[in-house]
Design a binder for this molecule. Structure first.
Ligand code: NIG
Ligand code: FE
Length: 417
């Protein structure tokens, strides 16, 4: 049992049980001079401190409670990082240098770099080695306030190496106190040995990888990189169909480098469509009317040196539900920091701090179909909280490049104690 008290600002993110859109993104349920009670891994009550100290449960249990003084601190639900690529083992330093010398991501990929250049090391690596690498990233994430993470495979690109990657994610997840949701991204790019027969690779993903991942409960989602250099809309539909037959939900990378007509994908009910740097105006109302979350990953724009970022304002004004994620991966976004993503959202995409916080917590939880348990500080939800060394919640997006997270609470337990 735990009491967080004297909280300078508590952003509860409480509200409707549907993804936040439009003006609701700005309502973060902010409470000053607040306290939070946790027991049995759940939130028992959160609100003004004066009220919490009168709560009958508090009166009954106050002698048994552990207390955490949060004077001068901001408390949030732990970040939900709903898009990461955890299963790799090496940085891509050659690509990085080539981009510094002026080459683009797509040019580097066409010349044999890019995603394919991460494949050889993953195929060679043991499950334990990939898991160790993933664990390191998960630790960094937790240190900076992230308590729920979506983790994709996608650098194996063979049946064995994709299943090994998913097992490695499961192994790393078991050693981590937070929650990990796994995604099969066998359809990241067509591997070199299938260059001449793409259809055979799409079939391998659809008929072998997806059924096995579902049978062994290795993945909850199936992702596809839908892009001119990866998989077409039709191929994506084939793979989404296979996911549905296997009982797995879907998500996709869309519109990162070229526009992708979303109308062909929305009928499959993807939980999330991610990147959206290029989006057709005619798709906006359809996206807004769907339950699909639009996940923006500005770390990729930053790292690729793009001047242009996804048009968050247009998406928000259209009524789409926006989430923010790191897209942690070796090619386009080697950062584990949701705090840095908040900074990018506010400075480069002109989101308000409140919108960015909603997108990084409750809407991330919606993007993972986990909003009943995660993403807000409300009675009965999992007690996953992050305490920041900031008197005002706006400081989270203001200071950048560092880590303001001081303490993380996962399932009601203060980490490292
Ligand atoms: O989200 N776009 C596809 N996937 C990653 C990039 C992966 C890579 O380059 O290794 C992304 O940006
Ligand atoms: Fe990605």
């Amino acid at each position: 049992m735990l009491l967080l008290h004297n909280i300078s600002q508590l952003a509860t993110l409480r509200g409707e049980s549907t993804p936040r859109r439009g003006a609701a993104l700005n309502d973060i349920g902010l409470i000053k001079d607040a306290a939070v009670l946790c027991a049995g891994g759940r939130i028992v009550a959160a609100g003004k401190q004066a009220g919490i100290l009168r709560h009958p449960w508090y009166k009954k249990n106050k002698r048994k409670l552990k207390e955490l003084d949060c004077s001068g601190k901001t408390v949030l639900p732990g970040f939900v990082d709903s898009h990461t690529h955890l299963a790799f083992v090496e940085p891509r330093l050659i690509d990085f240098e080539k981009r510094g010398a002026g080459a683009s991501y797509e040019e580097i990929a066409a010349a044999g770099g890019g995603i394919r250049s991460s494949v050889a090391s993953v195929r060679k690596a043991s499950e334990a080695k990939i898991a160790d690498h993933a664990s390191l990233a998960l630790e960094q994430m937790l240190d900076s306030g992230t308590t729920t993470v979506e983790a994709k495979s996608g650098y194996g690109l063979s049946f064995d190496a994709e299943m090994k990657s998913l097992r490695a994610i499961r192994r790393a997840a078991k050693q981590w106190p937070g929650t990990v949701i796994s995604t099969l991204l066998g359809a990241h790019v067509v591997p070199a040995e299938f260059e001449a027969d793409r259809e055979a690779y799409v079939n391998l993903v659809s008929d072998k990888m997806i059924p096995e991942a579902a049978r062994k409960k290795l993945a909850q989602f199936v992702d596809v990189f839908c892009e001119r250099t990866a998989f077409s809309v039709n191929e994506t539909r084939t793979i989404f169909g296979a996911a549905a037959r296997a009982g797995l939900r879907t998500r996709a990378h869309v519109g990162q480098f070229s526009p992708c007509p979303l109308l062909g994908l929305l009928p499959y009910g993807p939980a999330s469509l991610d990147h959206l740097d290029n989006i057709l105006d005619s798709d906006l109302p359809h996206l807004a009317q769907s339950d699909t979350v639009a996940t923006l990953v500005p770390g990729a724009n930053y790292f690729l040196g793009h001047a242009k970022y996804p048009d968050a304002r247009k998406l928000i004004e259209s009524g789409a539900a926006i989430a923010l994620a790191t897209d942690f991966n070796p090619g386009t976004s080697p950062t584990t920091s949701m705090q840095f993503i908040l900074s990018l959202a506010c400075t480069q995409m002109k989101m308000t701090v409140a919108e960015a916080l909603s997108a990084a917590t409750i809407n991330g939880a919606h993007a993972l179909l986990l909003a009943e348990r995660k993403g807000s500080i409300e009675d009965g939800k999992d007690a996953d909280l992050a305490v920041f060394n900031a008197k005002d919640h706006r400081e989270l997006a203001y200071w950048f490049g560092g880590n303001q997270c001081e303490t993380v609470i996962v399932n009601g337990a203060v980490r490292d104690e």
